[in-house]
Design a protein around this ligand. Structure first.
Ligand code: ADP
Ligand code: MG
Length: 208
């Protein structure tokens, strides 16, 4: 089974948010889920420390190095990659059956930084090796000028935009309590949950 890597060297674009939400989704479908925190800030670990014991469990590990041994494949494994990771060791880390999600904010600084990362992705040969790669636009306000700039940027890439997540306090509140949207009553976050569906449909997850 493939592993899911959440990567973008820019801090604050939503790597931990996407990693944690996906872990919460799969845990709530009764699958075994492992969340691997590679970031020195340990935000995924902090989040997991506050997770109520009544919630579906998520195994969280910390790897300071990016050169970790491949995890066993009995659980859905989600990697929250570190800020400033610019594809070091990518050939040994990421295999053809794996998926890379790039969260991206609609700001000029983030788009420029992401362009450098995506140039690296092209040079790395990941796409030729068959690795599935997609972009998640995060904290988006669709009626802004910078969303149009983001759309124009994405139109030039071979990497698809999978979904658009709005800026929502539901993420901030859930993070604070060790929860995800998928641990909350659907009625409280239906707009936000609906925005995850294209990503969940796109991910090539098969049960272990
Ligand atoms: N869609 C969103 N709506 C509101 N706040 C968000 C959203 N995505 C991320 N955030 C907040 O932005 C900050 C940075 O997000 P985070 O996931 O920690 O980024 P990264 O792991 O890439 O550094 C966090 O405080 C997080 O709660
Ligand atoms: Mg983080």
């Amino acid at each position: 089974m493939g592993q899911i890597f959440i990567a973008n060297p820019k801090g604050g674009c939503g790597k931990t948010t996407v990693a944690v939400q996906l872990a919460g989704f799969y845990a709530n479908t009764a699958r075994a889920v492992r969340l691997v925190d590679h970031d020195a800030q340990r935000s995924s670990l902090d989040w997991a420390a506050g997770r109520p014991s009544a919630c579906p469990p998520i195994e969280v590990r910390f790897f300071a190095e990016q050169s970790f041994a491949q995890c066993d494949v009995s659980a859905i494994t989600i990697h929250d990659m570190p800020a400033a990771w610019t594809l070091d060791n990518v050939d040994t880390l990421i295999r053809p059956q794996d998926t890379v999600i790039i969260p991206l904010l609609a700001s000029p600084t983030d788009i420029k930084a992401c362009l450098r990362f995506i140039m690296g992705v092209y040079r790395s040969g990941l796409l030729e090796r068959g690795v599935t790669i997609g972009i998640v636009a995060n904290r988006v306000r669709t009626n802004t000028r910078y969303f149009k700039v983001l759309e124009a940027f994405l139109a030039k890439l071979d990497i698809p935009l999978i979904t658009v997540l709005r800026d929502s306090q539901n993420y901030v509140r859930a993070m604070d309590r060790g929860l995800t949207l998928f641990d909350l009553p659907a009625s409280r976050c239906s707009t936000d949950r609906a925005q995850w569906q294209p990503l969940l449909d796109w991910l090539p997850i098969v049960d272990p």
